[in-house]
Design a protein around this ligand. Sequence first.
Ligand code: GRG
Length: 298
Amino acid sequence: MIDSNVADFLIWAKQKQTRIADILNEALPATSIAPQTLHEAMRYSTLNGGKRVRALLSFAAAEFCHTPDTVAEAAACAVELIHAYSLVHDDMPCMDDDDLRRGKPSCHKQYDDATALLVGDALQSLAFEVLSTPQLCSNANQQVRMLNILAKAVGSSGMAGGQAIDLSSVGAKLSQTELETMHQLKTGALIQAAALLGAASGSQQQIYAVHIYAQNIGLAFQVIDDILDVEADTGTLGKTAGKDADNEKPTYVSVLGLELAKKLADELYEAAIHALAPYGEEARRLRELAGFILQRSF
Ligand code: GRG
């Protein structure tokens, strides 16, 4: 039987996943507007499922910090658009070269390379358009700070930088510290930004707690991803399993071995939970989300 707290979290998560799907649907350009193929491909790459973990982080941090819904929704929308862009570009032949994403042909397979390149560019731009909506925040400084958080997280000192390190690490032997630096940038930076944007209305102490929480849970997310790449099958993952080993990519499993990688994921989860120790019920969704990330199976 499913625990009632787990059931309650799953209902909350489902509601938020439905809400973000509606928000993304509204933010994305209609396929009736030219250039139609580009708009169709943007929608194909964004409205095709996914766990919406980054949006859930924005929503959970917003509940913790009493950030207004409109701000939390714009944050959730922006981070999912950036995430979709990163997956489209990552799947291209010049990067990770993967034909399958979220159980369907990846964007460049369904369309073509040029379209996939433009889809990523346009999704990134749309993310900043959403977050820069005039009067989104009652405090303009707060909105500029949010834009700054997202810009730093996706640029060369964040996700794009991490991807560059990742591409140059194929076949290389990385230490655990080097691997951690790469993943803090490639995956961790956007996950942290998702939580920090949601926490926009928090006190300094709350924002600091969210920062430490997200740093640990972002890395845990990647460690679990590396474990799933070894343990799960392609059908469950919706992307090609075993790809990291095939591509000679250094991973937590290749550097630490499976057992130590699992232990590390547990330790990172504990550190994330510890960051929320001074807080009670208001941090509940962040705690539950950490559990969801640790126990995910796809
Ligand atoms: C192209 C600049 C640029 C960056 C790409 C994030 C990234 C950088 C590449 C994705 C490669 C990858 C599979 C990384 C492992 C962690 C990860 C981001 C997994 C996919 O995210 P999920 O599991 O996907 O949240 P869903 O489909 O649920 O949204």
